[in-house]
Design a protein around this ligand. Structure first.
Ligand code: FRU
Length: 326
């Protein structure tokens, strides 16, 4: 029997509705299309940790061979992920982490580095004293904690950069806007806002516009997504001064999943590179993405053609069989 084993991969996403996570899912599906035999079960917890725990239980009941998970908050999700791992089911953690070393592989950028690069970028520009405001993600989610640590570390020895205030935007635009509105007095003498993702950075820019402060405050975000509504567009349109690339790791997670499932060598830590995108390189990044995008479209066209030819071939086989029989 040379039939390949049919693997079932379960993916538990903390919240699926934003552009970054829709991009992640698309990247996964693209890679999954190279493994036609595999089952893929996708679940979206809608940003609710309790719901995500239930969702992992359901995936276990369905008999998954491997779990990919992006935990909404680190601590609440730790016991269930440990349980899956201890049952001998491989676990790939993507983007957000649990509070435990019990996982098979991690895929994503190093969020401490992301925060650190942002801090160094601001630091390198601060030749005179500047005030900085940080808009953090969801309390208890690992990128919020790690990006904050990285930022703080990078500016620690620079006397010109003062971190004046921190607010939690919970990764959401409207929430970030509300929190920044509450500290609007402090925005008046700020020079930089570092928001831990681009949607909150866009919210920050809205508030600055309302207060007529946009000319004096630089806004830096994270994600730098290509395409409509993404961070690259926000940087080239001057809504954001810079954004840090935060790769979704969707493709790499699926590649790693199949390595693990077919008992091939894989890395436990798959740290993807980040970099600053600002007016100096945003056009280049957009061009690169357009090129990749058009190549992808070509591949899809070729796949569709192949599919068509396969259908024609199959129907000819049917005709041939009828002729042979009669
Ligand atoms: C999307 C998102 C990204 C951010 C990441 C952190 O849900 O908020 O914008 O970089 O999650 O986990």
């Amino acid at each position: 029997d040379n039939k390949k084993a049919k693997f079932t991969i379960g993916f538990s996403q903390c919240v699926g509705s934003d552009l970054w996570r829709r991009t992640m899912l698309e990247e996964m599906k693209m890679e999954l299309s190279l493994h036609p035999g595999a089952n893929f079960i996708y679940e979206d917890a809608g940003g609710n940790s309790a719901q995500q725990i239930q969702q992992v239980r359901r995936l276990l009941d369905k008999g998954i061979d491997l779990l990919i998970i992006s935990p909404n908050e680190a601590r609440p999700l730790t016991p269930i992920v440990e349980e899956v791992y201890n049952r001998g089911i491989p676990v790939i953690i993507i983007d957000r982490k649990t509070a435990s070393p019990l996982y098979t592989s991690y895929v994503g950028a190093d969020n401490y580095q992301v925060g650190k690069i942002a801090g160094q970028y601001i630091s390198s520009q601060a030749t005179t004293p500047v005030n900085l405001i940080e808009v953090m993600g969801l309390p208890g989610s690992s990128p919020a904690i790690e990006r904050d640590r990285g930022l703080t570390e990078a500016i620690r020895d620079n006397k010109n950069v003062r971190l004046k205030a921190k607010v939690y935007g919970n990764w959401l635009k409207e929430h970030a806007e509300k929190q920044l509105w509450k500290i609007r007095e402090q925005l008046k003498d700020a020079s930089y806002i570092f928001a831990q993702n681009d949607v909150m950075a866009a919210g920050a820019r809205n508030i600055l516009n309302k207060l007529n402060l946009s000319g004096s405050v630089k806004v830096i975000g994270v994600d730098a997504l290509p395409g409509t509504g993404g961070g690259l567009e926000m940087v080239s349109g001057k809504m954001l001064n810079a954004s840090l690339l935060y790769p979704t790791g969707g493709k790499e997670a699926i590649v790693t999943a199949f390595r693990i499932l077919s008992k091939e060598p894989f890395s436990r830590e798959n740290n993807m590179q980040s970099l600053v995108i600002d007016s100096s390189n945003v056009q280049l990044m957009k061009m690169q993405w357009n090129k990749i995008n058009s190549q992808q479209k070509d591949i899809e066209k070729q796949q569709a053609l192949l599919e068509e030819q396969r259908a024609v071939y199959n129907s000819q086989q049917v005709v041939l069989n009828i002729l042979v029989i009669t």
